[in-house]
Design a protein around this ligand. Structure first.
Ligand code: UD1
Length: 440
């Protein structure tokens, strides 16, 4: 049975006035060139929190999520859920959600354009309510990033989908389990289809599924809600659909990209640090590359410690789906390679336009040449601080890493990108002894 009768009203957000960006244009002032030393607590993973919050749409019961990071993308997700009528309350790291009385099943353009992950409401909405109207995300700074695989999978599950006025409009009676082979490995695509299949009739097999740890964390949350999902973390996920899901309490996994970013900062600037509350087993490819660069790394339980007493050695890498090297760490490693001894080749295979940070790194004195989807980085002895501009989330993290390794002062503009995905970045850097200041 679908829960559609609870939708009382369809709200179409066609406001005549242009949306205000409301984006604070804060900058980060960093005085670099000094060794880092200290301890940092790792936050909950952004990329696990977003789909898990969206999963609240799959049940009318209360759903409690712990270890939710304070980030702009989380705030956007909660705003998105609230405007549909989901009760969502946040108390520190804990968010309580209840989707028992939805007023609409729409994700408006104003929200989706600021956060592509808004597409994650599509699967849950169509599975539980039989209707969804989600704005198409459009382009973004790091490439085209279409959602055709989300749509293809939902159609195979029996949804009728049309594109209307820039929106994906999906309708279905109860979805029916099926076999889906995605054309490429897609993280949010796998998550959307897993959530939709959880409430479908019968068995769904998702082949060529993303194996990212965040997919596993979502599957764990869904199983705690009564879903029957097996194989998450492998390329073949089996979902036995159930009639309804119930409430639960789930703790979001540690953020492996935030962890990797701080480790890379220490490797680039030199020094030693301990990261508490990390999940070292989710970081194999990154830890291997840091060791190759010359870092001394130790993992013990949820503690990860790093020590770097030398100039980094250049490390070449190629991004690919998990468990290979993550595209979300590519930019930060490029910053490391800028000050390394030797020449590194960095190949980006996931997003076609993810080298926007190269021009900014060059402003700091980096020597980088682009050959197609490969950046050839000739390490220089020192970078020198300069004003730079963040272009996307991980590019801003890359500029912070470079600024910490550079002599003098760097002013990183447009750090609203950073605030989308890094919790308390400046206070965590300050805990490592970095000289960082937010300029309003
Ligand atoms: C997720 C992560 C993001 C990370 C990316 C790759 C979240 C919220 N975001 O993004 O941080 O950088 O995985 O690890 O988890 N593609 C299509 N059609 C589709 C879907 C994807 O062509 O329907 C392409 C994309 O353009 C891209 C590739 O597939 O080239 C991988 O994208 P995908 O894994 O879907 O990225 P996201 O899930 O958006």
């Amino acid at each position: 049975m679908l829960d559609s009768p609870r939708i009382t009203r369809a709200v179409h957000f066609r406001r005549p006035r242009p949306p205000s960006t409301g984006i604070p244009m804060d900058k980060l002032k960093i005085r670099g060139g000094a060794r880092l030393r200290g301890e940092v607590a790792v936050s909950g993973a952004k990329n696990a929190a977003l789909p898990i919050l969206a999963a609240s749409l799959l049940t009318a019961d209360e759903f409690i999520v712990d270890n939710v990071p304070q980030l702009q993308d989380v705030a956007t997700t909660l705003k998105l859920l609230r405007q549909m009528g989901v009760a969502a309350e946040r108390d520190g790291g804990t968010v309580r959600l209840k989707a028992d009385d939805l007023s609409n099943t729409e994700a408006p353009y104003e929200m989706v354009k600021t956060m592509r992950a808004s597409i994650l409401v599509l699967g849950p909405l169509v599975a539980r309510f039989g209707t969804a109207r989600v704005s198409l995300p459009g382009g973004c700074a790091i490439g085209a990033r279409p959602v055709d695989q989300h749509i293809k999978g939902l159609e195979l599950l029996g949804a009728r989908i049309r594109i209307e006025g820039g929106f994906v409009v999906a309708e279905a009676k109860r979805l029916k389990g099926t076999r889906i082979v995605t054309d490429m490995v897609t993280v949010t695509g796998t998550e959307n289809l897993m959530m939709a299949a959880a409430l479908a009739e019968g068995e769904t097999i998702i082949e060529n599924a993303a194996r990212e740890p965040e997919v596993v964390d979502l599957a764990d949350a869904l199983n705690a809600m009564g879903a029957r999902i097996s194989g998450a973390g492998t390329a073949s996920i089996a979902v036995q659909g159930v009639e309804r899901l119930h409430g639960t309490r789930h703790r979001v996994m540690p953020d492996r990209i935030e962890t990797g970013t701080f480790l890379t900062a220490v490797a680039a600037a030199g020094g030693e640090a301990v990261l508490r509350g990390a999940a070292p087993h989710t970081l194999d490819a990154v830890l291997d590359k840091l060791k190759e660069a010359g870092a001394d790394l130790r993992a013990e339980g949820d503690l990860l410690s790093i020590r770097m007493d030398r100039r980094p050695r250049a490390v070449s890498l190629r991004t690919a789906p998990y468990p290979a090297f993550p595209t979300d760490m590519q930019a930060q490693f490029m910053a490391l390679d800028c000050v390394a001894d030797g020449v590194a080749r960095i190949t980006e295979t996931i997003f076609e336009n993810r080298f926007m940070h190269v021009l900014e790194l060059q402003r700091l004195g980096a020597n980088i040449a682009i050959e197609g989807n490969t950046a050839v980085v000739h390490g220089v002895d020192r970078l020198a601080g300069a004003p730079v501009m963040a272009t996307d989330l991980r590019a801003s993290a890359c500029l912070v890493v470079a600024a910490l390794a550079a002599d003098g002062e760097t002013l990183v503009d447009r750090i609203y990108h950073l605030d989308r995905g890094y919790e308390k970045m400046e206070s965590k850097l300050a805990a490592l002894g970095a000289q960082v200041e937010r300029v309003k």
